[in-house]
Ligand binder design. Structure first.
Ligand code: 13P
Ligand code: SF4
Length: 338
């Protein structure tokens, strides 16, 4: 069995597989959702940024990698995906024969928006040696023209495994891309996209919060800018944040990622205090797309089996290959990743 440090290094223990809260601790809507889940033989997958009441009825709460791993192996008939659209799309690509529903079909992502497939295809034509690594925060159409997919949890491993004789093109997050270049030493052409939430943290605001809590380490998501990442004690995916915070001896930790993460962290580490890194002027640490999902909409999407994710078979066929490549590389032991 892996200890926590091994798990952190390997990224294996990256997913919470806990049952939903017991019915007596849920309100009537929550109990109805559990009843629907049983009737439909459904699984509820939720991202770490979902509102607490959704996290509390989910079967699985995790990061993008853990969620796609769960989607790849589920035996449920219906996948209820509480996250943003590209995440539900990934579940559909891995399960073309299953019904995949999501609470709000307009839950998009600024990174996905920044990278239309036609523009990417035009850039790819400028260099036949490009090997395209697409961050999972992109559309199915972009996945379909990429060589391999990555998440923030496995991006370093995926880039290390990329063919040495190709020119790497990393889309669509320039901040994750630049962090991976720093970690791997591999040059890459970076698409100029970013997460509108994570770029809200600035060097000055993070410096101020660090001065206020001088003993608290800072954990930041790699979608943050370099100016913020350089102030962090740890830069990692949302799931690795849980593992890192569990093993940390500090009683208080500053977190620079979307605010939903604090619910998960507080549940997993009840004895620690988590400080949400403030943004300059606004409550910008909440992703408006992730927050479109509510418990009511979750109930309704299960009751109506809509909205559903639908994709044409050719897009599914082509997008599946780079996702499966990612899942396979993720399972390799660290030393054989190259
Ligand atoms: P994780 O895969 O680290 O959970 O990140 C997903 C995301 O959308 C970050 O903004
Ligand atoms: Fe996209 Fe940023 Fe929202 Fe994550 S937090 S879903 S990257 S907009």
């Amino acid at each position: 069995m892996l200890d926590a440090a091994d798990a952190l290094a390997s990224g294996v223990d990256r997913f919470t597989t806990r049952p939903a809260l017991p019915p007596e601790r849920l309100d009537s809507l929550g109990r109805e959702i559990l009843a629907l889940k049983k009737r439909l033989n459904a699984v509820i997958l939720a991202h770490n940024y979902q509102v607490p009441e959704i996290q509390d009825v989910a079967d699985y709460v995790g990061d993008s990698l853990g969620l796609s791993q769960q989607a790849a192996k589920t035996s449920a008939d219906v996948i209820v995906f509480c996250g943003v659209h590209f995440m539900a799309e990934t579940a559909k690509i891995l399960n073309p024969g299953k019904i995949v529903v999501l609470p709000d079909r307009d839950a998009g992502c600024s990174l996905e928006e920044s990278c239309p497939a036609e523009k990417l295809a035009a850039l790819q034509k400028t260099n036949p040696k490009f090997y395209t690594i697409a961050y999972i925060n992109c559309s199915a159409a972009v996945k379909a023209i990429s060589d391999v997919i990555c998440t923030s949890g496995n991006a370093v491993k995926i880039v290390q495994a990329a063919p040495k004789d190709r020119d790497l093109l990393f889309v669509p997050d320039e901040n994750l891309g630049s962090w991976v270049m720093e970690q791997t030493g591999r040059p890459m052409t970076l698409w100029k996209g970013n997460c509108y939430v994570h770029v809200e943290w600035t060097h000055s605001v993070i410096t101020r919060i660090r001065q206020e809590y001088p003993d608290a380490p800072l954990v930041a998501h790699p979608e943050c800018t370099k100016a913020v990442r350089m102030l962090a004690d740890e830069v990692c995916s949302t799931e690795k944040m849980v593992t890192w915070c569990k093993t940390s001896t500090s009683p208080a930790i500053i977190i620079a990622t979307e605010a939903g993460m604090l619910h998960r962290l507080q549940k997993e580490c009840p004895d620690k205090t988590f400080i949400a890194a403030p943004t300059e002027n606004c409550r910008c640490n909440e992703c408006r797309f992730m927050k479109m999902n509510t418990l009511e909409k979750l109930h309704d999407c299960m009751a109506n089996l809509a909205p559903r994710v639908e994709l044409d078979p050719e897009t599914i066929r082509r997008a599946r290959l780079p996702i499966e490549r990612m899942l396979e590389i993720s399972q390799r032991p660290l030393e054989n990743a190259g």
